[in-house]
Write a protein that binds this ligand. Structure first.
Ligand SMILES: Cc1cc2nc3c(=O)[nH]c(=O)nc-3n(C[C@H](O)[C@H](O)[C@H](O)COP(=O)(O)OP(=O)(O)OC[C@H]3O[C@@H](n4cnc5c(N)ncnc54)[C@H](O)[C@@H]3O)c2cc1C
Length: 409
């Protein structure tokens, strides 16, 4: 009997499964996971799991009760190799065929790799899954010399965790500063200062020419001739959406599986959600790689597979822990926006981004409580369409005052 099939048991796939169960669906529901374990939360991989404070079994993505529901089939170590849209079925890599009425593709993303990773040294890692972290952890101890290629959010989280563990850390960044896509200079200055004070050595405007060694990694050679002796290398240069099976069955892919506001592909029986999808709206298109977005999209896609169609319209929101501080952002940051920077009373800084005169994003870096409060107010403003005058933002003692104002046209 045909039922619902979800490919990928990350945050999007699991939230979809939960939404489907909550709506009382009692037909077959297959959740298919290429990984060899129960679904787990991914963000702690670069933080508490890497440091050893938590394990994946502490961080389940699905309640135990769901696994014991009748007609719920969880397949682990199972990769969907093929989607047959004509016969409405998926084929697993072991040859089994599962028919579907409706299908959700929630295959997420994979870590982008560097061509020089192919030189075969086992001490070159990426971090996307628990098995990646288990391998990397062997090199994670006091005194270990670590080179991180890429000063993005995950690279910096690993750098912070590594310094706490007593590793020596070099970070190689291709750009002139950190997190250029989301942090304005004033906020980046604070973040960089904290990392430098913690002992991170940064190499900006830098690229790797080769990784050398004799049976195991011994050094990273930079294009400028500098040689960084090391025991392990982490490549953290972003990720690419895992769209291969969608492309192979002829679905539209444009740096992400193309979906409409209901998270439907051009095939009305196939949905996509999370890091793998690109949402097309009247105003353009976007693809996000963050926890909140993937879960919210999963929930809406799950509901839309069994119930009335609801549009997805969440305000993007993300966080990244760095030591005892945090980066948070709500909304959409684009180059060329007008930016107002606000000091958060010595506890950090926030930037308010305006596009064509309207508030478009709020970003903050600093102590967790103050940042969370600021970005939460900013997110509410974005959700309610409130766009305060930039001069008033700069001088306001308490941002909550703006929540009492009506939305601006
Ligand atoms: C190390 C790390 C730290 C992060 N930290 C933060 C953070 O602090 N804050 C934040 O907002 N976001 C963070 N993120 C991002 C966040 O975790 C992701 O946005 C979210 O996990 C995406 O969920 P997803 O379900 O779309 O994809 P994924 O979590 O990637 O799940 C996709 C699943 O599909 C499986 N799969 C792929 N292809 C197939 C196939 N053909 N058949 C079967 N299964 C398949 C994959 O193995 C994977 O298990 C972090 C990500 C990483 C990797």
């Amino acid at each position: 009997m045909s039922g619902l099939v979800i490919i990928g048991a990350g945050h999007a796939g699991c939230r979809a499964a939960e939404a489907i169960c909550n709506l009382g669906w009692d037909g077959p529901l297959h959740l298919i996971n290429a990984e060899a374990c129960r679904p787990y939360e991914r963000p702690p991989l670069s933080k508490a799991i890497l440091s050893g404070e938590r394990s994946v079994s502490d961080l389940p993505l699905l309640r135990d009760a769901i696994f014991s529901r009748p007609n719920f089939f969880y397949e682990q170590s199972a990769r969907v190799a093929l989607i047959d849209r004509v016969n409405q079925s998926v084929t697993l890599n072991d040859g089994r065929v599962i028919p579907y009425l409706r299908l959700l593709i929630a295959t997420g993303a994979t870590a982008r790799s560097l061509p020089l990773q192919q030189n075969g040294y086992p001490q070159i890692y990426s971090i996307r899954t628990i098995s990646d972290v288990e391998g990397f952890k062997a090199n994670f101890h006091a005194g270990a010399r670590l080179v991180i290629i890429g000063g993005g959010l995950i690279g910096l989280e690993v750098a912070a965790t590594a310094r706490k563990a007593g590793c020596q850390v070099h970070v190689i960044e291709a750009g002139p500063r950190l997190l250029m896509r989301i942090l304005p200079e004033e906020l980046e200055g604070e973040l960089r200062r904290d990392h430098v004070q913690a002992g991170i050595a940064f190499h900006f405007d830098s690229a790797v020419s080769q990784i050398t060694g004799n049976g195991r990694v011994e050094a990273v050679q930079l294009v400028n001739g500098e040689r960084l002796a090391c025991d392990a290398v982490l490549v953290s240069i972003g990720s690419v959406p895992d769209t291969a099976i969608a492309e192979a069955c002829g679905l539209k892919v444009d740096n992400g599986i193309a979906v409409d506001e209901y998270l439907r592909t051009e095939d009305p029986n196939i949905f996509a959600a999370g890091d793998v999808c690109r949402v097309f709206t009247q105003d353009g298109s976007y693809r996000l790689e963050c926890w909140r977005n993937s879960g919210d999209q999963g929930e809406i896609a799950g509901q839309n597979m069994v119930g009335d169609l609801r549009p997805y319209s969440g305000t993007p929101w993300m966080w990244s822990d760095q030591y005892d501080k945090v980066v948070q952002a709500a909304g959409v940051v684009n180059p060329g926006q007008e930016i107002v920077v606000k000091d958060l009373g010595g506890a950090g800084k926030a930037s308010f981004h305006y596009e064509v005169g309207r508030l478009s994003a709020v970003v903050a870096y600093g102590s967790i409580g103050v940042v969370a409060k600021t970005v939460s107010v900013g997110r509410t403003m974005l959700e309610r369409g409130i766009s305060p005058n930039p001069d008033d933002i700069a001088t306001a003692a308490d941002l909550r005052i703006f929540l009492r104002t009506p939305a601006t046209a």
